[in-house]
Design a protein around this ligand. Structure first.
Ligand code: RET
Length: 250
């Protein structure tokens, strides 16, 4: 018999809570966009789009779209029967990856424009980021562990390229800006790098290693997504509104 691993009430309720939070913060960001001069509006529009895509993807997951199953076999170690194989099918919320493939590049654009990164470096960061998400999606549907962790390894290498762009090239670029922008970039890029590094850990415990169940997976990603999108967004926009000299160079 195949054991199905899927969300319960707790997971489904969590998805709906995030739908509401992403919807409300999108409205707030569009509202804030109208109140700032057009030269400052690019950050507001980017940030509003980020929560809008998250709203759509969470709406899909909460209503049962954007979900598929992955099947895999695991060895159970019984005391009496040494090697028993058990087949599982586990829910894969692939709508997340569609969301992340669009919104993580937009988040990076927010940070890169703040730092004043060059066009070439922005493109490298964005392309590496898209590779990270797509290889992460393939990892989710892997049915052998070599396949799963092989894709995971490619995703982690791509993530290191993103980290390099933000931590080294971003820091070099922002050195030419005023001290307020420098300090703000250091804190918001630091916050982003810590937060983003938790995603592959949660992935390893849920879709990768099957250590935590689907409800726990949904809750962990929900907390991370709220910090990475609405909390990041409000922090960026309120700070940016109060700064005079940091219009992006586009
Ligand atoms: C995966 C699994 C494969 C290895 C790595 C991953 C990284 C994902 C990241 C996601 C960030 C998402 C954000 C969403 C915003 O709401 C794909 C989980 C490295 C960094 C910021």
């Amino acid at each position: 018999p195949v054991i199905t691993v899927e969300a319960g009430d707790m997971g489904r309720r969590t998805l709906w809570v995030v739908v509401v939070l992403m919807g409300l913060s999108s409205l707030a960001f569009y509202g804030m966009a109208f109140r700032v001069p057009v030269q400052k509006r690019l950050f507001h529009i980017l940030t509003a789009f980020i929560t809008t895509f998250a709203f759509i993807s969470y709406f899909a997951m909460a209503t049962g779209d954007g979900v598929s199953y992955n099947t895999y076999t695991e060895t159970i170690h019984h005391k009496k029967v040494p090697n028993t194989y058990q087949d599982y099918r586990r829910e894969i919320y692939y709508a997340r990856y569609i969301d992340w493939a669009i919104t993580t590049p937009l988040l990076l654009l927010d940070l890169c424009l703040l730092a004043g990164l060059s066009g070439a470096n922005i493109l490298v960061a964005v392309v590496a980021d898209v590779i990270m998400i797509l290889t992460g999606l393939f990892a989710s549907f892997g049915s052998k562990s070599s396949q799963t962790w092989g894709w995971y390894a490619w995703a982690c290498i791509a993530y290191l390229v993103v980290v390099y762009q933000l931590a080294f090239n971003g820091r070099t670029a922002v050195a030419n800006k005023d001290s307020k922008t420098k300090a703000f970039y250091a804190s918001i890029a630091g916050f982003t790098l810590i937060l983003w590094t938790i995603y592959p850990i949660v992935w390893g415990l849920s879709e990768g290693g099957h250590v935590i169940n689907v409800n726990q997976e949904i809750i962990a990603y929900a907390v991370l997504d709220i910090l990475a999108k609405p909390v990041f967004g409000f922090w960026l926009l309120f700070t940016h509104d109060s700064m005079s000299s940091t219009s992006p160079s586009l």
